[in-house]
Design a binder for this molecule. Structure first.
Ligand SMILES: Nc1ncnc2[nH]cnc12
Length: 576
């Protein structure tokens, strides 16, 4: 349960408001609001002082001297939306994502710690968490137990001490997501110990079980998994519910499954809405043009879900599951004053947003820009090495073929690779993963990414190592040099000229730009790639997951080309 932060003196003052000795800052009167436990719209007055609901019910405060009274007649009020499964590093950063999402009513986030965990020491990461805590929204975190790739130093990084540092925090709500669960089945008791440690700290365990059989679901339940967000079909939802999983339905840029899942649940008349949550699962910026959790709620309404269920799936259900309804997800006495004001319950995009007592949006206008935080703990990407012609050796019998945006398989290379150029009449490109410290590289070919892409460089990757792709080694080198000069980012080069560049100045992986700007930058990048033969949906995810061993079948990792099923390095990385 997250720790309420009110001091003794503040609680005394809150009691004095009930007693009429002091006045609250704000009263929302004539409110028609959602009460999550009654599951009804009720009428009443909500008294607020600073960030807390002092009282919600039929009465007005005895003392309203110096109280702002807002008449909410005609409006409908719901709890601020909660996004339970955020990967806050898809070009945006946690602050910029929250600033954008808040305008659409999403003000509480449960966020992946992976990027921070891999990039910097816990002490530094916690300075970022602590800064985010000062802002008028709520950021909670997960604690990962595995890197979802093959790191050179996985065991030095994922230690009991390092994981426990996270689990001890009251703003960490869960262990996982558990992408490395096959290790549990293979007998890894170290990982099982971490699950038990998380439980001992009162945290939930979020699994990651795409396509799991009933046998796997049962075994993972026995290991301690509580929830899963990977259902792609109604049968998968039903199986998870059967075995007592908390189910989060997903609507993301790579898996926009929510409409069909909800339609099937409604058609089958499954009475399970009190036990469902929804997520956008780290969708890339342009997916959020039409919303964050408001978009999920709209999808639910469109699928015929009753409005109260639709809102609860993005608020009270999440708060109750994570044992935080003492503060979130319920409009009732003692909770955070985090409310969305709607025209009516059929339009989840709020007219006004109050978050921890601060108006972030009022009457359809942005009322507050979340201040940016100090990202210096993440450092800047300062590559201290150069690449030379010697690095561009590509003589591999097989390469990596993209089956879709994120699934890969091995294929036999049949083209000449040693001339520094590849023909544009096929979709094979050179691919290199280079250590951000310049110590090693892995060279292979990538099929299915593009036909006409000459040079491409990205410091955006799972581990912060550098990905180079292209048909022309000279342009790949120029793209690398440009990315290095920018101190991180994504660059496309053609005939020696930079065509597109997207700077990622926070540690080489995150942008400082607002999400609105990032949407435009991502679309421009995607368009340039599409014009050069990229025919898949989500290029940013293709980059992010090239190293990810939680997906089949073959990956480029720090240790070399990796066979996911056999768990072996097929070709080791080469020292430079
Ligand atoms: N496992 C994962 N890691 C990073 N980003 C993701 N987005 C969706 N799933 C993810």
């Amino acid at each position: 349960m997250p720790e309420p932060s009110w001091k003794i003196s503040q609680i005394r003052q809150q009691i004095a408001i009930i007693d009429g000795k002091e006045a609250p800052n704000l009263v929302i009167k004539n409110a028609r609001y959602l009460h999550g436990v009654y599951k009804q719209w009720i009428q009443g007055n909500i008294w607020i002082d600073k960030d807390r609901i002092i009282y919600a019910g039929s009465k007005m405060p005895p003392n309203t001297a110096a109280t702002e009274i807002v008449d909410a007649e005609g409006q409908t009020i719901v709890p601020g939306y909660i996004e339970p499964h955020v990967h806050p590093f898809q070009l945006y950063n946690p602050q910029s994502f929250a600033d954008y999402a808040a305008q659409l009513g999403t003000t509480t986030f449960l966020s992946d710690n992976l990027m921070l965990f891999l990039a910097i020491k816990n002490k530094k990461a916690f300075t970022i968490l602590d800064q985010l805590k000062q802002l008028p929204f709520s950021f909670y975190w997960w604690a990962r137990f595995d890197s979802q790739t093959e790191l050179e130093n996985e065991h030095d990084l994922f230690t009991t001490k390092a994981i426990n540092d996270w689990l001890e925090r009251t703003d960490v709500m869960l262990g996982g997501e558990l992408t490395g669960w096959p290790r549990l089945l293979a007998g890894d008791d170290q990982m099982l110990y971490w699950l038990k440690l998380a439980k001992a700290h009162g945290k939930k365990i979020e699994a990651h079980l795409p396509g799991a059989s009933e046998r796997t679901l049962a075994r993972m339940k026995l290991f301690g998994a509580d929830g899963d967000h990977e259902s792609m079909t109604i049968e998968e939802v039903e199986n998870r519910i059967l075995h007592g999983y908390a189910v989060t339905l997903r609507h993301s840029s790579i898996r926009p499954d929510l409409p069909i899942l909800l339609k099937d649940i409604v058609e089958k008349k499954l009475n399970i809405f009190d036990h469902l949550m929804m997520t956008t699962d780290g969708a890339t910026p342009s997916f959020h043009r039409d919303g964050v959790m408001d978009k999920c709620i709209q999808v639910a309404l469109d699928a015929g879900v009753a409005p109260i269920d639709a809102y609860q799936m993005a608020s009270y259900n999440v708060a109750r599951y994570y044992n935080m309804s003492n503060l979130h997800g319920l409009i009732a006495t003692g909770r955070y004053a985090t409310l969305n004001f709607l025209e009516n319950e059929f339009n989840p995009v709020p007219v006004s947003v109050l978050s921890k007592g601060v108006w972030l949006k009022r009457d359809n206008k942005k009322a507050f820009t979340l201040p940016s935080i100090d990202w210096s703990a993440m450092g800047t990407l300062d590559l201290k090495f150069d690449l030379s012609d010697d690095d561009f050796q590509f003589s591999m019998p097989f390469g990596i073929q993209l089956v879709n945006d994120v699934i890969t398989k091995p294929y036999s290379v049949s083209v000449h690779t040693n001339e520094g150029k590849l023909h544009t009449d096929h979709d094979e490109c050179y691919l290199m993963l280079v250590d951000k410290n310049g110590k090693w590289r892995v060279n292979t070919l990538l099929k299915g990414f593009a036909t006409h892409l000459q040079g491409f460089a990205s410091s955006y990757s799972s581990t912060g190592d550098i990905i180079l792709i292209g048909k022309n080694t000279k342009d790949m080198l120029i793209a690398f040099n440009e990315m290095k000069k920018m101190k991180g980012g994504i660059v496309i080069v053609e005939n020696g000229r930079v065509l597109e560049s997207l700077p990622l100045s926070i540690g080489g992986g995150l942008s400082t730009e607002p999400v609105e700007v990032l949407i435009e930058q991502e679309l421009a990048l995607k368009k340039a790639l599409q014009e050069r033969g990229y025919h898949l949906g989500d290029a940013i995810y293709t980059l992010l997951f090239l190293q990810s061993t939680h997906l089949p079948y073959i990956r480029i990792t720090q240790r070399g080309i990796f066979d996911v099923m056999k768990k072996t390095v097929l070709f080791p990385s080469v020292m430079r």
